[in-house]
Ligand binder design. Structure first.
Ligand code: ATP
Length: 363
């Protein structure tokens, strides 16, 4: 029986439409070749350019599409010279995260043989870990509402039991699924600063309580400063890491750095009911309209979407297609003949996406 999934597509600003189009085409062709699932793509207008045109950055109609869709595919939103009247940036992706309670920011970090990385990789080593950044509270709790007087500035860090329990359950389930898929030993590391802050001792206590429910997964702890060091010295040792919002914000850019830049860094923001899949990079207005943007991070985000939908709805063929799509990108990157400028090549967005499609045997 074929299961049909609706995908809300936020093509966004800057390079957004340029990388969304080939990604949706590749996903559409994968689905058309499958008897197990089909995809319906619904455009959801939003973003800075939309705000400039209409005065709305995330219209209710687009929010409705996002809420009812089975998954949300989003490129990047925001433009430097389009701002709200109070001067703040237009970032509907953050509004979506809050409105849909997408607490788990999932940032996979992979470096395969042949991939550019600033690290010296010992022979035979590859990097394959996932950083989970809590994305609704932590030090971002008072974002935009911090108290600033002449002599003092304050922001509040919030850790709640409710969100932490959901976050840690998600982390342990992910480690289990990765182990089953042969992608890790089944280990979750809680990254915190429990030696200094009571809030992080609380965070760790909730982690330990969840760990006790998963005897088949190894659980350990690491301080955030040591984690930054180890991510450079021995990143191949990590499997799943879970941390607070601000720590995760910083460590995920370090992770993107290990991968040789943002061009290969996908992400997902996942809640209990909804999930957004989007590249880690922004709308890159400096190269928009040139047809030179790297589509790989967006395509890899699409692969994560197939994984998530497949697992959630028990459509194994979607997980297989997700893995095939990732492997196709890995092969194109390792081969090195068709790479965009940011990865040291000269291919256009279309040529790079076509190379992935060819690897998949499409067209
Ligand atoms: P944001 O705050 O939304 O993350 P930003 O301006 O900090 O935005 P990006 O928009 O990601 O960051 O751009 C940072 C740099 O990386 C720019 O020089 C941009 O051209 C480059 N860049 C980002 N994404 C891509 C991509 N997909 N392909 C090629 N270059 C990219």
């Amino acid at each position: 029986m074929t299961k049909t999934f609706e995908i809300a597509v936020f093509e966004g600003d800057g390079i957004g439409p340029e990388i969304t189009d080939p990604t949706a085409k590749i996903l559409d062709r994968l689905a058309r070749n499958s008897n197990s699932y089909s995809l319906i793509f619904t455009d959801a207008p939003a973003g800075a350019a939309h705000y400039a045109k209409t005065g709305e950055s995330l219209p209710d109609a687009s929010m409705d599409i996002a809420r009812r869709a089975d998954a949300i595919l989003l490129s990047a939103m925001g433009l430097p010279d389009v701002r709200y009247k109070d001067g703040t940036e237009i970032s509907p992706q953050i509004d979506l995260r809050k409105a849909l309670t997408l607490f788990a920011g999932v940032r996979p970090v992979t470096v395969r043989a042949g991939q550019r990385t600033p690290l010296h990789m010992p022979d035979g080593k590859e990097i394959d870990f996932v950083l989970i950044r809590e994305s609704t509270e932590g030090l971002f709790h008072t974002q935009g509402r911090g108290e600033v007087s002449q002599d003092e500035a304050r922001e509040t860090l919030l850790i709640t039991r409710d969100i932490s329990e959901k976050l840690f359950k998600f982390a342990f389930d992910l480690a289990k699924n990765r182990k089953q898929a042969g992608r890790g030993p089944g280990r979750v590391t809680c990254v915190d600063k429990a030696n200094v802050f009571r809030a992080f001792a609380f965070f760790r206590e909730i982690f330990d309580a969840e760990a006790a429910k998963h005897p088949d997964v190894t659980a350990d702890h690491a301080y955030v400063d040591a984690t930054a060091l180890w991510m450079v010295q021995k990143p191949w040792d990590f499997d799943v890491m879970v941390t607070e919002n601000m720590f995760g914000d910083i460590l995920s850019d370090l992770g993107a750095g290990l991968m040789g830049g943002l061009g290969l860094a996908p992400s997902a923001d996942i809640g209990l009911e909804n999930a957004v899949f989007q590249p880690c990079h922004g709308s890159a207005p400096d190269i928009a309209g040139q047809g030179s943007a790297n589509p790989f991070a967006m395509i890899l985000s699409g692969a994560m979407m197939l994984d998530w939908l497949g697992l959630r709805h028990e459509v194994h063929a979607m997980q297989q297609d997700g893995a095939r799509l990732r492997a196709a990108v890995d092969r194109v990157v390792a081969d090195g003949a068709v790479l965009t400028r940011d990865l040291g090549g000269s291919a256009s967005t279309t040529e790079a996406a076509d190379a992935v499609a060819r690897e998949l045997g499409q067209r």
